[in-house]
Design a protein around this ligand. Structure first.
Ligand code: NOJ
Length: 553
């Protein structure tokens, strides 16, 4: 751990300022060659991440799972799925990451398990009223013979939120709740047995040495008592409503769980951290997740969802710093993850293609790739100059766009199936990474197998191609991360500046940061010395869709 101590300045916990890189294990690097990424693959590429300059990695789930929702359906929380390797492979990956001074956060999925989890299988067998059923949310149906679901809630993935079971005697029986797929039954978090089990799971991974957890659906674990009917009136964002008072999101009682977990983590050395995945309608509500005795971080999804608009972006940054500041927490910043359209594509989306639908072969008027990439580079250059912790999603350092032409037969996102193909879902941001332009599967493995097809044009985004090109997105990311570290941008505060209505502008020490979100170049004036440009330009007029970091004499 000696190397890790150097990451954080004395007296400030590492997670307050860290750049955390999300690894989606099935698509990162595949050592076995079966077409699905794995833990030895991650270990083999840690030097590339060290070279990139990140402080920590977050791994999406690799625990035992039938993979009905790409591992977010866990059947055994204390083991590694054979697809990804073994516990020994995990320990090796963790040790190798720590040797390089890279911290490791793992994904914990406490809202629901897989229907293959031993507890759920026991619940099916045990029958109504049993201790086994009380670990999940089983209810009798409505209607004369219980043939109607207990309420009208709709799954985030489409369709109803309840599934009816067949009892041991072969008769139609109770219903169980699933916010997501029917293979993902929700736990009942009012049950102390569930709480105790998860304390033990936390300790299992903390004892192995993980630096923290990204907590899946951290806003959904407690449901309003009585499970009242509710129908959303606004379109949902990726993983939650835009409305307040949704009976399965953001209930007050959920916070007691995180206070409890905070105490568990505090028993361990080394600033272990919890980061909540909580899609909530406002930043004020989001900040409740990171009060001093709860989680350490929570994703800033309102920032991620902000359109490419100077006023909207400036406002959301101000509000973020303000709301998180009120509870003494750093803001986090994030532009892409495995649930949203990659920001190199999303930032060029038009209103007719809302991001929650995904993008596929039949989507009309697909976003322009060049505009999307320019905006993505500018947006990231702005983000990495902000105080607080930033999350990156694998492949964004290559400027990868969303894969928009995946043939239907390859699709795996349950959203696609549960909406009968109405929503393409999230497969387009999950395609395996290109490492080497000339190798099979672009170096994802040595066999050429790939669980989702890689677009042929991704050869130009391959890491080896970009590493050799000083103007590439990869070179820009390395430059940004090194400069951010050198200037200590992750900590401290910013001073707002005025560069006109189409700009977001602020100063960090003597470095000025300006993004142009308008339609005309912005003249930066005399005496400018550039430290960094999100795309090359001559002179002092900042082009549209561009960010620059510079000093003034
Ligand atoms: C949020 C995860 O990020 C997403 O990928 C998953 O489908 C749902 N939670 C359900 O676990």
């Amino acid at each position: 751990m000696a190397q890790l101590e150097q990451i954080a300045a004395p007296g400030s916990e590492w997670w307050r300022s860290a750049v955390i890189y999300q690894i989606y294990p099935r698509s990162f690097a595949d050592a076995s060659g079966d077409g699905i990424g794995d833990l030895p693959g991650i270990t083999s590429r840690l030097d590339d991440l060290k070279d990139l300059g990140v402080d920590a990695i977050w791994l999406s789930p690799f625990m035992t799972s039938p993979q009905r929702d790409a591992g977010y359906d866990v059947a055994d929380y204390r083991d590694v799925d054979p697809l990804f390797g073994t516990l020994a492979d995990f320990d090796e990956m963790l040790a190798q990451a720590h040797n390089r001074g890279i911290r490791v956060i793992v994904d914990l999925v406490p809202n629901h398990s897989s229907d293959q989890h031993v507890w759920f299988q026991e619940a099916l067998k045990a029958g109504p009223g049993s201790r086994e059923r009380a670990r999940y949310v089983f209810r009798d149906g409505r209607g004369e013979n219980g043939e109607l679901p207990p309420n009208n809630w709709e799954s985030v993935f489409g369709g109803g939120m309840w599934e009816r079971v067949t009892e041991a005697d072969g008769t139609p029986g109770q219903w169980y709740l699933h916010i997501f797929d029917a293979t993902q039954p929700d736990f009942d978090w009012t049950n102390e047995e569930v709480r105790e089990e998860f304390r033990s799971i936390l300790r299992f991974w903390l004892d192995r040495g993980v630096d923290g957890f990204r907590v899946d659906v951290a806003h959904g674990m407690v449901k309003e008592a009585g499970l009242p009917d509710y129908a959303p009136v606004a379109d949902a964002d990726s993983m939650g409503g835009r409305e307040d008072n949704v009976p399965y999101w953001g209930q007050e009682e959920v916070h007691e769980i995180y206070r409890d977990w905070h105490r568990v983590l505090a028993e361990y050395d080394g600033d272990r951290a919890l980061c909540g995945e909580a899609w909530l309608p406002t930043l004020a509500k989001t900040a409740l997740w990171v009060r001093p005795d709860e989680m350490h971080q929570t994703f800033n999804f309102p920032y991620l969802m902000t359109p490419w608009d100077a006023k909207a972006l400036g406002d959301i940054i101000r509000e973020s710093l303000d709301e998180f500041g009120k509870v003494g927490a750093p803001s986090t910043w994030v532009l892409s993850n495995h649930d949203v359209v990659r920001h190199a594509t999303r930032l060029a989306l038009t209103a007719e293609n809302p991001q929650g639908e995904g993008i596929g072969p039949l989507t009309p008027n697909k976003p322009d790739a060049a505009i999307g990439l320019a905006r993505a580079r500018a947006a990231t250059a702005l983000m990495l100059a902000l105080p607080g912790s930033s999350y990156l999603y694998q492949g964004e350092e290559l400027g990868l766009p969303e894969a928009m032409e995946i043939p239907d037969e390859f699709r795996q996102d349950p959203t696609w199936f549960r909406t009968n193909g109405k929503r393409y879902g999230r497969d387009g941001c999950r395609v395996p990474l290109p490492w080497e332009a000339e190798a099979p599967a672009f170096g994802f493995n040595h066999t050429g197998a790939s669980w989702l097809p890689q677009p042929a044009e991704w050869a130009t985004y391959a890491r080896d191609v970009e590493a050799a090109d000083p103007a590439s997105t990869l070179s820009l990311y390395k430059q940004m991360l090194a400069a951010r570290r050198a200037h200590g941008f992750g900590s401290g505060s910013l001073v707002w500046e005025d560069a006109g209505p189409d700009a977001v502008a602020f100063r960090r020490g003597d470095i000025h940061v300006v993004s142009n979100l308008g339609t005309e170049p912005i003249e930066l004036g005399e005496g400018v010395t550039f430290e960094l440009k999100s795309q090359p330009f001559e002179g002092t007029a900042l082009p549209v869709d561009t960010t620059a970091w510079f000093r003034r004499s």
